[in-house]
Design a protein around this ligand. Structure first.
Ligand code: WT7
Length: 648
């Protein structure tokens, strides 16, 4: 990163800045200073201003039991009312959800219509399924409007939803259902991908075993393909919802009642159920929509994520709807029928803000560098990226070809645990540099420090931390308070007190801009999604002939990182193992965790205490020369052996 300090600076578009909510660095600094000088005052002011409280809060922040913090105690609200009811008078006929199906079918759902659909859905869950406040509901759905209705219906009645990404296998779904003890699963028969129907319901069937906590399954009919049906357990959404009342009084929720769980990978063990609560989460979802995307009343906003990930939660459903925006939801694949699909959608729907992942940008660039030029994309104002560091060539293409060198690019850094953006440019204020997340969003006390809380030397890598709790901070790991403490507040201290560590490394440049360099732990970032090496290893170990395995990430042109597995077999004859290993991964986790490389080796590089030296394995995967001292290994000769195998 030698050129880190000399990157080209791109200044905000002047016309844009004039009308932006935060239109200059002076305004940015003013907000950040306000937060620094009066942290609680800052948050209290915004919480009063932005949230439609049923009862006002009495205490802004209680840190007495840190890291178990409480925001806006005493406050009562309902997140579905914040997202729907409060807009009915002023924008009832405005499109809330603009849905485009895989085959080009379009639905426009107004705020009034959304109100009806969510209320009926909520009444169904209450009356037919007996879902009550605090119950967990797993949602395993394709990208169709009913996925958003399901989320908001849960929020309306105070049930805790836990969405499982539709690409996860039945085993992965089963683990998440059981960990959350969900009594209801909402799914669909299937959906469409590249104009062909595919199925989801069979995955749910396989995930519900005899001992499952699931009592009832609701099936939304999307493609009407034939699926198995368990009488008394499975119910048709369309049949049940028809005769439901379209009025459902929103449940009065405390600020700190749980809103949802979302499972994500850690560096060890099983996926963690990241818990987000009501008020703090919805406040930051809404504020970042306003500040980072600067969405205006007439704008159309499109985030290409899947609702199965946090990006889909915060920036397809909760954030846009809380601010009363029009949010686009897309069922299909962005490269189908060709790499012009997203640009055609920008033209057709007059999209103003487009938000996607670097991996998608790289694929679109590679498959159709000139596709953007074929469409009228003059409506675009802000382009966003999220999920992984973006590489400068992809950034440049995005800026020049997609944004016609006039749109701000907001490189938004955040995580499932942060609920919303924490480091990002503001499009009307921040001068941007390619592939740089720039500065903390006002109100977020993000810092690069070392384990003792000291700022590293300029240009030195440090640990990216957030030194004060923020409203949309993770509130817990479901059912495991110890893991919550250890995973996030165990490694770094500032002034002797534990602080939140993101798990990422980062570097300051001479202007104080933050460049995120990637995970410092054993988490791989595949196409912008987190994959725990431990999970992939556990899946591979299920193969009868596998004695030992170590999984590392390896740079990949399109995916960012690919998965590289070193496998030691019990019986050394390698024949079908590589294929079988990927079959196991597919059934244990899903296609997203398939290995790009599998190398069979006689042993793994271990220290004398038995710890696998992953650093060596990462270097070997990249084809790098091993320069570090390997004499302390239990068997140093194994390194040369592996090197040989990797080369072949
Ligand atoms: C991890 C979080 C937040 C939604 C998508 C992924 C990486 C995220 C950036 C960025 C560099 C980024 C980090 C982070 N990451 N955004 N703009 N620049 N790295 O959510 O699955 O919780 O993963 O994604 O490594 O820790 P997630």
């Amino acid at each position: 990163m030698s050129d880190l300090h000399n990157r080209k600076v791109y200044y905000p578009n002047e016309e844009f800045s004039k009308n932006a909510r935060i239109g200059s660095m002076e305004e940015y600094k003013k907000l950040q200073d306000e937060a620094t000088n009066d942290y609680e005052g800052f948050w209290s002011r915004h919480a009063k201003d932005k949230i439609d409280w049923i009862e006002p809060f009495t205490n802004t922040l209680d840190e007495s039991n840190f890291p178990f913090v409480k925001w806006f105690e005493g406050g009562k609200l309902n997140v579905s009312a914040q997202c729907i009811d409060r807009h009915l008078d002023t924008r009832g006929d405005k499109t809330a959800i603009l849905f485009e199906g895989d085959r080009g079918d379009v639905q426009r759902i107004s705020y009034k219509e959304l109100h009806v659909r969510v209320n009926k859905f909520a009444n169904l869950l209450k009356e037919d399924f007996g879902v009550k406040k605090g119950d967990r509901v797993v949602i395993y759905m394709p990208m169709i409007p009913e996925a958003a209705f399901a989320m908001l219906a849960c929020a309306r009645i105070g049930a805790i939803h836990s969405i499982v990404f539709g690409g996860f296998s039945s085993e992965a779904l089963k683990d998440r259902i059981e960990d959350a003890k969900a009594k209801v699963v909402i799914t669909a028969d299937g959906a469409y991908r590249k104009e062909k129907p595919y199925l989801l319901k069979p995955v749910v069937d396989a995930a519900i075993t005899r001992t499952s906590p699931v009592e009832k399954v609701l099936v939304v009919e999307r493609n009407n393909e034939k699926v198995d049906w368990v009488d008394g357990r499975d119910f048709s959404y369309h049949k049940l919802v028809e005769n439901k009342s379209d009025e459902c009084e929103p449940e009065v929720m405390d600020s700190e009642d749980p809103l949802f769980l979302l499972y994500t990978s850690g560096s060890t063990g099983k996926p963690k159920g990241v818990q987000h609560n009501q008020a703090g989460y919805i406040l930051w979802a809404q504020m970042t929509m306003e500040w980072v995307f600067d969405v205006k009343e007439q704008d159309v906003f499109w985030c290409t994520a899947d609702v199965g990930w946090i990006t889909g939660h915060t920036y397809i459903v909760y954030g846009p709807l809380a601010m009363g925006a029009t949010t686009v939801m897309f069922e299909g694949v962005i490269t189908h029928p060709d790499a012009g699909r997203p640009w055609k959608m920008v033209q057709d729907h007059k999209i103003n803000q487009f938000y996607t992942a670097p991996t998608a940008i790289r694929v679109l660039h590679k498959m159709g560098a000139d596709e953007p030029l074929k469409y009228d994309m003059s409506t675009l104002k802000v382009l966003g990226t999220v999920g992984e560091p973006i590489d400068p060539p992809a950034w440049k293409w995005y800026y020049e070809k997609v944004g016609s060198s006039k749109c701000a690019i907001v490189d938004t850094y955040w995580q499932t645990e942060t609920g919303g953006h924490v480091i990002s440019p503001l499009p009307g204020a921040t001068p941007i540099k390619p592939a740089c997340a720039t500065l903390p969003v006002p109100g977020i006390m993000a810092e690069i420090i070392d384990e003792e809380g000291n700022t590293p030397e300029l240009g030195e890598k440090g640990l990216l931390c957030i030194t004060r709790p923020w409203p949309s901070m993770i509130r817990g790991v479901w059912g495991d308070p110890d893991r919550f403490k250890k995973a996030y507040f165990g490694d770094v201290k500032k002034n002797g007190k534990p602080v939140y560590f993101t798990g990422d490394g980062a570097i300051y440049d001479k202007d104080g801009y933050i460049t995120v360099t990637g995970r410092t732990d054993d988490v791989i970032n595949v196409s912008g999604h987190r994959m725990g090496t431990a999970e992939v290893e556990a899946a591979i170990l299920k193969h009868d002939n596998v004695a030992e395995v170590a999984v590392v990430g390896k740079p990949h042109d399109l995916k960012g990182e690919g998965i590289f597995a070193y496998v030691v077999l019990k019986c050394e004859e390698v024949c079908k193992e590589a294929q079988e290993i990927n079959t196991i991964i597919k059934s244990e986790i899903g296609n997203i965790a398939l290995c790009d490389d599998i190398v069979f080796c006689p042993g793994l590089p271990k220290t004398r205490s038995g710890k696998i030296m992953r650093r060596i394995l990462r270097s070997l995967a990249k084809g790098e020369e091993i320069t570090q001292d390997i004499s302390t290994l239990e068997d140093p000769s194994v390194v040369a052996c592996i090197e040989e195998k990797v080369k072949n």
